[in-house]
Design a protein around this ligand. Structure first.
Ligand SMILES: [Zn+2]
Ligand SMILES: [Zn+2]
Length: 650
């Protein structure tokens, strides 16, 4: 008999050679129908693979990420089976799962395939799924595997086989299709109930442009039609909220080929939005004891040799800029940290000076391949809401708590109510790759976990995810469409203080190294604004939106009254504009709706006589007539409510 330990700690006894599927069935038939894969001592297995010793077992259903990966990878096999039954001479590269769905890279041979053929392929997949074939695993000797793919003439699989040895090679077969694969797979094709092939693209074999261009087909599948329908609705909604589209419609930013790709140009409305966001964080930072600094956009190459960035990233950076006479070399600043280390060094520091918190909205430049650029989320020049905290080891926890407060204040003021945090710690076994003393690491790792716990954060701990120079805490927000974005990050660093030989004189008169903490609640202004726009579908919070109120006179006769309202609102810091075009009121309303301006004030004869305004709210419609004074206090109240005015106390 063998002993199987389930996640709840219960131990069950089974015959040697039992399978995860049998374990599931012994618990309940309902569960057995839903299980797609099994985690055996942390490794994902087929549910049909015999278990021969005592193990820890987790049964994976659709909600588990590993089950989704297994499901989608199995769907790639199903697509390959469909392709092979429709076309002859097709050869296969690799077919992995991705964030949403799967793809397979295919050499179509003499066949051609366009978007219009995807429906036919989808139908074939559905037919094969209904056949409910089992995914069968088989160990194969290398010589036999080579013979199989030589016979088939598939040079790609033969190339993949070159890197494998006897004992590592398995085949999976479902229906008439056999693939070289290490697995795992779902039990059978019948679990795949809904299928959508989404696009076709070209992809070089093994990502190398010297190799042949293969055809990559993307698709997504689900265990129920309802889930596919929901996914497609979400996809449609995501298209509408695409920040690149909204940025154009709301006149926030633009790109120019002539200026250069990946270099956003902020238009007046976007610049105002960005400045307001910046002022908001600056104010909170000043209240928390940060000191502003400003550093140049370039730095001597030597600075980055000292910091280690040159050695690590130099090859993949913008080339150095040289001076015409002296032959000096400068780098476009890829990060602000080395500059801030030099500011730290600009005067002697005592333990009484710490923590020293240096903050800068620093613009940095990083080379990205042109194909990788994407709107504001992948750019070549961006501004970080950067700060570096220099402190004593025993201050790390307190500093973390303060930064957590700041990050949460930012999230709450901007309408991100769902977030999680990840604590990244050292590998538990191999500690050779980390720099810094064991004692300091222990203090910092414990400090981060305690700070996160005391702040009630919903955290996951990931071992082995820490950088070689220190542990960190990352924040993930869930947006309105349920997508996850990594935003704020807090990172401990033992490396730069060492490389820059930073010191402070401690209370016992000895010289010590400070701990450095990098932190950025937004990450970068560009990326944050992109995420925010997609989260709120362009309907920015009232306190932040570039234009809060648009006054629409019914005809030219009321322009003067409208202008007097603008002046009144300006006195209360309300951002308002007039639409004094000689257009019909219906047209003015439609145009303002498109710009997503939160409030419209419609004024005519009646409003002028009563010193009132007819209020229309974006997306809601008419709200009736109010005295202008009441309207102004209402707006001021909403804005006050949205930004709580000061950071939460730690
Ligand atoms: Zn496979
Ligand atoms: Zn930094």
């Amino acid at each position: 008999m063998i002993h199987i330990t389930l996640p709840d700690g219960s131990v069950r006894e089974y015959q040697e050679g039992t399978t995860a599927a049998e374990v599931a069935r012994s618990i309940s038939e309902g569960l057995a129908r839903k299980v797609m894969a099994a985690e055996v001592n942390g490794e994902v297995w087929d549910t049909s693979r015999p278990i021969n010793k005592d193990i820890n077992l987790r049964l994976l259903t659709w909600d588990d990420r590993s089950a989704k990966n297994t499901f989608w990878h199995s769907s790639a096999h199903l697509m390959a089976e469909a392709l092979e039954s429709l076309y002859t001479g097709v050869k296969f590269g690799i077919g992995p799962p991705v964030e949403n769905g799967f793809y397979y890279d295919i050499d179509l041979g003499n066949n051609t395939l366009g978007e219009e053929d995807l429906k036919k392929l989808e139908d074939k997949m559905k037919e094969l799924a209904k056949a409910n074939s089992f995914y069968q695993r088989k160990d194969v000797a290398k010589a036999d595997a080579i013979a199989y793919f030589q016979e088939k003439g598939d040079q790609y699989k033969l190339e993949l086989l070159e890197g494998l040895e006897d004992g590592q090679i398995t085949f999976y077969t479902q229906g008439n299709f056999t693939d070289l694969c290490r697995g795992p797979h779902i039990p059978s094709t019948g679990l795949i109930k809904a299928i959508k092939l989404t696009s076709i693209a070209g992809a070089y074999w093994r990502g190398n442009e010297k190799n042949k261009m293969l055809t990559r087909i993307y698709g997504i599948t689900f265990p129920a039609q309802k889930e596919l329908d929901e996914y497609l609705v979400l996809l449609e909604e995501a298209k509408k909220r695409d920040h690149r589209k909204l940025g154009k419609e709301l006149e926030l930013f633009t790109f120019s080929e002539k200026v250069g790709s990946g270099l956003p140009l902020w238009l007046p409305k976007g610049a105002m939005l960005r400045e307001r966001l910046q002022q908001f964080l600056q104010k909170a930072q000043i209240e928390t004891g940060y000191l502003p600094v400003i550093t140049p956009h370039i730095g001597s190459k030597q600075l980055y040799v000292t910091s280690g960035h040159w050695e690590k990233y130099g090859k993949d950076s913008f080339r150095p800029i040289t001076t015409p006479q002296e032959g000096e070399e400068f780098m476009l600043k890829p990060m602000n940290c080395p500059h801030h280390c030099e500011i730290y060094k600009s005067s002697p520091r005592s333990y009484k000076d710490l923590p020293l918190r240096l903050a800068e909205f620093g613009t940095v430049y990083r080379y990205e391949q042109s194909g990788e650029l994407h709107g504001l989320t992948r750019v070549r020049g961006f501004t970080q809401d950067d700060a570096h905290l220099f402190c004593r080891p025993e201050q790390v926890k307190d500093e973390f708590k303060k930064v957590i407060d700041l990050v949460l204040y930012v999230f709450e003021s901007l309408g991100f109510s769902e977030y999680t945090a990840q604590v990244s710690l050292r590998d538990q076994e191999d500690r050779s790759k980390y720099i810094g003393s064991e004692a300091n690491w222990e203090i910092a790792e414990r400090a981060i976990q305690e700070a996160a716990d005391e702040k009630g954060l919903n955290t996951v701990v990931e071992y082995g995810e820490a950088a070689f120079y220190g542990p960190k805490l990352d924040f993930m927000v869930r947006d309105a469409l349920g997508r996850k974005w990594q935003l704020g990050t807090i990172q401990v660093d033992y490396n730069l203080p060492e490389r820059f030989e930073l010191e402070y004189v401690d209370s016992d008169n000895t010289r010590k190294r400070p701990v450095m903490i990098h932190r950025a609640p937004f990450g970068s202004m560009e990326r944050f604004i992109a995420v925010l726009l997609e989260h709120c579908a362009g309907n920015l919070p009232l306190w932040l939106t570039p234009l809060q109120v648009k006054v629409l006179p019914i005809s030219d006769k009321y322009n003067e009254y409208a202008a007097s309202l603008i002046a009144l609102m300006k006195e209360s810091d309300i951002r308002a504009e007039i639409d004094d075009r000689s257009e019909k009121i219906g047209r003015k309303i439609r145009d303002t709706e498109l710009m997503k301006t939160p409030y419209m004030l419609i004024v005519g004869e009646k409003e002028m006589n009563e010193k009132a305004v007819s209020v229309r709210i974006h997306g809601e419609g008419d709200k009736g007539s109010f005295p202008i004074g009441d309207f102004i206090s209402e707006i001021k109240n909403i804005v006050k409510e949205q930004i709580k005015g000061k950071t939460r106390n730690s």
